[in-house]
Design a protein around this ligand. Structure first.
Ligand SMILES: [Zn+2]
Ligand SMILES: [Zn+2]
Length: 163
């Protein structure tokens, strides 16, 4: 009878021991994942330590709190987002706007005053503010400088259109 009681007592003890071991293992696994997640979201060491402590105190609930307060994006996500932004912004400053030359049809930049391929002049620059003026304008509309009433005859002769 005494032997049977002993056996059941040690069985209960073993059960409790296994349960504690199981819970402890779960906590360690949880803390490991929390710290790994914290490292992926921040390079800050104090933040990783804070996340590690939160994983244990209070048990299990701390990990839930961490889920709420952690940085919303991982560093990898942050990087790809920044890269995406850069790609989106690049065409504005990188490639200049182009249009076809009215005479030869080749791509020329919007800001050109003369076609570098066929030498057709279709605009000129204001001598004061350097902005692009149409050949027919006798006055600069940006700074009101008189640029000559006979703009078309003052400009170099246009190259004859190919026939
Ligand atoms: Zn041209
Ligand atoms: Zn001007």
């Amino acid at each position: 009878m005494k032997l049977l009681a002993d056996t059941s007592a040690s069985l209960i003890f073993l059960g409790v021991l296994l349960l504690i071991l199981y819970v402890a293992l779960l906590l360690v696994a949880l803390a490991y994942n929390v710290v790994r997640d914290a490292r992926r979201r921040s390079t800050s060491i104090p933040f990783a330590i804070f996340a590690f402590l939160l994983a244990f105190v209070p048990p299990f609930l701390g990990a839930l709190i961490y889920l709420v307060i952690r940085p919303p994006r991982t560093l990898a996500e942050e990087r790809s987002l920044a890269l995406e932004q850069q790609i989106l912004e690049e065409p504005v400053s990188g490639t200049p706007e182009t249009r076809p030359c009215p005479t030869c049809g080749r791509d020329i930049e919007e800001d050109f005053v003369i076609c570098p391929y066929c030498r057709t002049q279709f605009a000129r620059r204001c001598t004061v503010c350097e902005r692009r003026l149409r050949l027919g304008w006798p006055v600069c509309p940006y700074c009101a400088t008189e640029v000559g009433a006979h703009a078309l005859s003052a400009a170099p002769p246009r190259a004859p259109a190919p026939h």
